[in-house]
Design a protein around this ligand. Sequence first.
Ligand code: PHE
Length: 360
Amino acid sequence: MAAHVTTHQHFYKRNVMKNLQSEIQKLQETLNHQLATVKSAKELEDVRLAFLGKKGSITALLSEVKNLSLEEKKEFGPKLQQLRQEAEARIEATREGLIAQHAQAALQHLHNFDVTAYKPGVQHGHLHPYTLAIQEIHDIFTSMGYEIWDGPEFETDFNNFGALNIPQDHPARDMYDTFWTDKPGHLLRTHTSTIQIRFMQNQKPPLAGIAPGRTYRHEAVDASHDFMFMQCEGLLVDKNVTVGHLFATAQEFLKTLFKKKSLDIRIRPGFFPFVEPGFEIDMRCVFCKTGCSVCKRSTWIEVFPGGMVHPNVLRACNIDPTQYSGFAFGFGLTRLVMLRYGIDDIRLFHSGKLKFLEQF
Ligand code: PHE
């Protein structure tokens, strides 16, 4: 019996040992195999966990040591420790290999970098600063109940001058360096006031509208003058319209355009044949408090002229000046856009330069 037990124990021991031995070998092989195919740090970590993590197969095998006999412990304890250490070392070596590979790839990438290569990319279009400003101005005035009006750039002498109280040979015509055309009595409009004439002739008051558009003057081109620029006319005709309405509208408009909570304006007298009285409207400098180059150290910026529509203009449009009054203003949209966006050269507007347009 004893002999049998001994034999059995012996057999059992040999079996466990054989099993453990082959288990160790199997684990080594699978680990090596898996490490050879690892491609990323994430994959490597997964392998590490599968073998050495809390539930890893090497960890599981190590936890079996306590069930072995003393003799077995002596033999397999060190072997299993060695298995673990080797596994750790191999994983570490693989990690270093991966890092080196990565660095090599990055270097190769740099090496292959071709500074002259064409990079296809999507080019984004940009709205012209005029478009952006006109959209903003539309919003401000439509919120005050104004309509948006338009009119032709090729105009009659009457709409540009005659109806605006500037008859033939009136010296005020000298204020406008006019582009006359081959067609007698026709010109390129020198201001957008022509549009107010068209609308007053065709609509009955009350009416309120703004008219942005191109205007032309025979000017030598430099950083602040162009022969073509944008103006925006504003007109309101109704009963009992006063200068107070004009000033409040101008102030509201400028305040909103320059995104200020409050903005002071001041009024100076100004002469335009089509308004009486006529004014020059200034606003407090929106860029400084004590004087800067934009306001020429005065803290005031001249923004636009305006005034009460002259009775002769109302009459020329068949509106009875004893019944109705109105105010008009006309601002250089180009100038306002230059102020708004800090553009210092008027020539940029039509330069077609992408570097300029891409900023908007
Ligand atoms: N149209 C005028 C100009 O270009 C500006 C203006 C409009 C002045 C309306 C007063 C009232 O000179």
